[in-house]
Ligand binder design. Structure first.
Ligand SMILES: Cc1cc2nc3c(=O)[nH]c(=O)nc-3n(C[C@H](O)[C@H](O)[C@H](O)COP(=O)(O)OP(=O)(O)OC[C@H]3O[C@@H](n4cnc5c(N)ncnc54)[C@H](O)[C@@H]3O)c2cc1C
Ligand SMILES: *[C@@H]1O[C@H](CO)[C@@H](O)[C@H](O)[C@H]1NC(C)=O
Ligand SMILES: *[C@@H]1O[C@H](CO)[C@@H](O)[C@H](O)[C@H]1NC(C)=O
Ligand SMILES: *[C@@H]1O[C@H](CO)[C@@H](O)[C@H](O)[C@H]1NC(C)=O
Ligand SMILES: *[C@@H]1O[C@H](CO)[C@@H](O)[C@H](O)[C@H]1NC(C)=O
Length: 503
C-alpha cells in the first residue's frame, strides 16, 4: 500500500473538520481567568476545589485558567519549616486534629505521610508543667521508663493529679469541646445538600457555631460551670500556646484551641507546607512566585492586578487568600471591611540547654518538656517546649512569646545556646468577642476573600473549609450564571429557612 492515498485523506479530513472546530471555538467564550493572591492552604485549596467541582455548562464549557501569585519564593504561607542545627521543624502551623478531614484527604490524595506530633510518640509521654513566674503550680510526674507498664501507671497517676486539681470540670470541658467539634462536621456533608454561603455569619449560623463568636471563652465556660481554677490555669495555658491570647478570646476560637490539645494530633512528615505545594502541582495552576500583588482594580468586566514586578494581569475572578490586615493592596474602587488586628507570635528556636536555676530547680531533667504559663504581663513567654532531645546536654526548643525574646533574657533562661532563630509571625487575628466578619464577596462582583473566616478561628482546616466554600461560590456565581446547573446549588439564608419551616 502506498502512503499517498491515506495522506491526502488526512488533508481532506483536516480541511473539512477544521472549520467546524473553528466555528465551535468562536461560539464558546474563551476560558475565564481566576487569579488567586496567596499560596497558603487557603489559596491552594481554592484552586483544588475549583478543579474538583468544575463541570462544563452551556455558558462556560471551558475550565478556568488559574493563576496563583505569591510574594515569597516558596509556597505554604504560615505553613513553613525552620532548619536549626541540621534538623527541620514546623515553624508555624504544626498540629492537625484527627477530624480535620480536608487535611486528611489531601494527605491521602498527595501521597504524604502522617506523623505524630513532635516529641510525643504517644500523647502521655510528654511531661507538662504550668509556670507562674516563680514556681510550677502544676507539674506531671516524670519517670523515663522503658517499661510500658510503668509508663501506663505514670500516665494514670498524671490523669489522677489533673483530676484531683480540676475535678469534674475536666469532663465538662471535654464534652463541651466534643459538641463543638461535632457541629463543625456539618461542613463535610455532601455538597448536594450543603448550601453555599455568601457570608461567614450565615456559614456559622447554619452549623450552630455563630453564638460562640459573640461571647468570650471565659463567659462560655463560666456558663457551663467550669471551675475558675481550670479556666485560670490549664485553659489559659492552652489559649496562650495556640493563639498567644487569654481566655478573653471568642468562645469559638477558644474551643478550637482546646480541641487542639486533645489526643491523636498529627502533622505531615517533612512539613505541612507540602499540602499547599501538592494541591498547586495537581491543579494545573500557573504559579507566580516572588510576585507581590500591589493593586486590584475593577475595570468593568474584569480585574486588573498589578504586581511589584511591573506586570499587569487581567482576571475575570479574583480571590484574596491572605489576611488583608497587614498587607498593602490598593483596591479600586476601594473596599470596606471591619478593622481587625493581628496577634503577633514570636517563635524562637534555640538549640542548647535550659538553665534549671531560672526555674528554681536543681537539674535540667526536672524541667517539664512543655512549660505553659499563666496570664501575667510580667511573664516574658507563653510557652517553651522541647522539639527534640539530642542528648542529655543538647536539645532543640521552641519558645512562643508576644514580644521578641531579647538575648539577655534568653541567656538567663538557657545555660547553653548554640543556635537561635527568631520568627515574627503576623500569626492570627487578635480575637475580640463579639466578632464582626468581613464578607466572602468583597465587591458584590467577583472579588472574593477567603480569610474573612479567620475571625471565627484560624487553622489550616478552617482555611480549607472557607476555601471550599469560596470555590463553590465562584462556580455558582460566575460559571453557572443563568444556566440550569445552578439550581442544585442552594444558597442559604436564615429567612428562607424560616419560611420553609412554615410550609
Ligand atoms: C506560630 C503559628 C502557629 C500556628 N499553629 C497552628 C496549628 O498548630 N494548627 C493549625 O491548624 N493552624 C495553626 N496556625 C494557623 C495557620 O497557620 C493558619 O490559619 C493558616 O495556615 C492560614 O492559611 P492561609 O492560606 O489562609 O494564609 P497564609 O498561610 O498566611 O497564606 C497567605 C499567603 O499569601 C501571601 N501573600 C500575602 N500578601 C500577598 C500579596 N500582596 N501578593 C502575593 N502574595 C501575598 C503570603 O506570603 C502567604 O504565603 C498557626 C499559625 C502560626 C503563625
Ligand atoms: C474525602 O475523600 C473521599 C473520597 O474521595 C470523599 O468521599 C470525601 O467526601 C472527602 N471528604 C471531604 C471532607 O472532602
Ligand atoms: C443563639 O443566640 C440567640 C439569641 O440569644 C438564640 O435565640 C439562639 O437560640 C442561639 N442559637 C443557638 C444555636 O444556640
Ligand atoms: C506533581 O504532580 C505529578 C502528577 O500530576 C506527579 O507525578 C509529581 O510527582 C508531582 N510533583 C510534586 C513535587 O508533587
Ligand atoms: C496598573 O498597570 C497599568 C499598566 O502599566 C497601568 O496603566 C495602571 O494605571 C496600573 N494601575 C494601578 C492601580 O496602579
Amino acid at each position: 500500500m502506498s502512503s499517498k492515498p491515506s495522506f491526502s485523506f488526512l488533508i481532506l479530513f483536516i480541511f473539512s473538520v477544521l472549520p467546524l472546530i473553528f466555528c465551535i471555538s468562536t461560539n464558546a467564550p474563551p476560558p475565564p481567568t481566576v487569579c488567586i493572591v496567596g499560596s497558603g492552604i487557603g489559596g491552594s485549596s481554592v484552586a483544588h476545589f475549583l478543579r474538583h467541582y468544575f463541570h462544563p455548562t452551556p455558558t462556560q464549557p471551558n475550565p478556568p485558567i488559574i493563576k496563583i501569585f505569591e510574594r515569597r519564593s516558596i509556597v505554604g504561607g504560615r505553613m513553613g519549616t525552620v532548619s536549626i542545627g541540621g534538623e527541620t521543624f514546623e515553624a508555624g502551623a504544626s498540629i492537625l486534629h484527627p477530624k480535620n478531614y480536608h487535611a486528611l484527604n489531601y494527605t491521602k490524595l498527595l501521597g504524604l505521610k502522617i506523623k505524630p506530633p513532635p516529641s510525643s510518640e504517644d500523647d502521655d509521654s510528654m511531661s507538662f508543667g504550668i509556670w507562674d513566674g516563680k514556681k510550677f503550680v502544676f507539674k506531671t510526674l516524670q519517670v523515663d521508663s522503658k517499661f510500658p507498664l510503668v509508663q501506663k501507671i505514670v500516665s494514670f497517676v498524671n490523669s489522677f493529679c489533673l483530676f484531683f486539681r480540676y475535678g469534674f470540670s475536666l469532663l465538662k470541658m471535654n464534652s463541651f469541646v466534643e459538641r463543638t467539634v461535632d457541629s463543625f462536621l456539618k461542613y463535610y456533608e455532601s455538597p448536594e445538600t450543603r448550601p453555599v454561603f455568601e457570608t461567614v455569619d450565615e456559614m456559622l449560623k447554619w452549623a450552630g457555631l455563630y453564638n460562640l463568636t459573640t461571647r468570650t471563652l471565659q463567659d462560655e465556660l463560666i456558663d457551663i460551670k467550669l471551675s475558675p481554677l481550670l479556666i485560670e490555669e490549664l485553659i489559659t495555658v492552652i489559649t496562650r500556646i495556640n493563639y498567644g491570647q487569654s481566655v478573653y478570646i471568642s468562645g469559638l476560637a477558644g474551643t478550637v484551641s482546646l480541641a487542639g490539645s486533645e489526643g491523636g494530633l498529627w502533622s505531615i512528615e517533612g512539613g505541612n507546607w507540602q499540602m499547599a505545594a501538592g494541591l498547586i502541582n495537581g491543579s494545573d495552576v500557573s504559579l507566580h512566585l516572588n510576585e507581590k500583588i500591589q493593586s486590584i482594580s475593577y475595570l468593568g468586566e474584569y480585574y486588573e492586578l498589578n504586581s511589584t514586578k511591573g506586570n499587569s494581569y487581567s482576571c475575570d475572578v479574583t480571590v484574596v487568600a491572605t489576611p488583608l490586615d497587614e498587607v498593602n493592596i490598593q483596591f479600586t474602587p476601594s473596599i470596606s471591611i471591619p478593622e481587625r488586628k493581628l496577634q503577633h507570635t514570636h517563635a524562637t528556636f534555640v538549640r542548647g540547654l535550659l538553665n534549671p536555676a531560672y526555674f528554681g530547680l536543681k537539674a535540667v531533667a526536672e524541667i517539664p518538656e512543655l512549660v505553659g504559663t499563666l496570664e501575667d504581663p510580667d511573664l516574658p513567654f507563653s510557652s517553651i517546649s522541647v522539639l527534640k532531645q539530642h542528648d542529655e546536654k543538647d536539645a532543640t526548643y521552641k519558645i512562643f512569646s508576644r514580644e521578641p525574646m531579647a538575648d539577655a533574657l534568653l541567656d538567663s533562661i538557657f545555660s547553653a545556646r548554640l543556635h537561635t532563630i527568631r520568627i515574627n509571625w503576623g500569626a492570627y487575628p487578635h480575637y475580640e468577642a463579639p466578632e464582626v466578619f468581613a464578607p466572602f464577596i468583597l465587591d458584590s462582583q467577583h472579588l472574593y476573600y477567603v480569610n474573612a473566616c479567620e475571625n471565627a478561628a484560624s487553622t489550616m482546616e478552617t482555611s480549607a473549609v472557607a476555601a471550599e466554600n469560596v470555590a463553590r461560590l465562584i462556580l455558582s456565581r460566575y460559571f453557572s450564571e443563568g444556566s440550569m446547573d445552578s439550581s442544585h446549588l442552594k444558597s442559604f439564608s436564615p429567612a428562607a429557612d424560616t419560611s420553609h419551616l412554615d410550609l
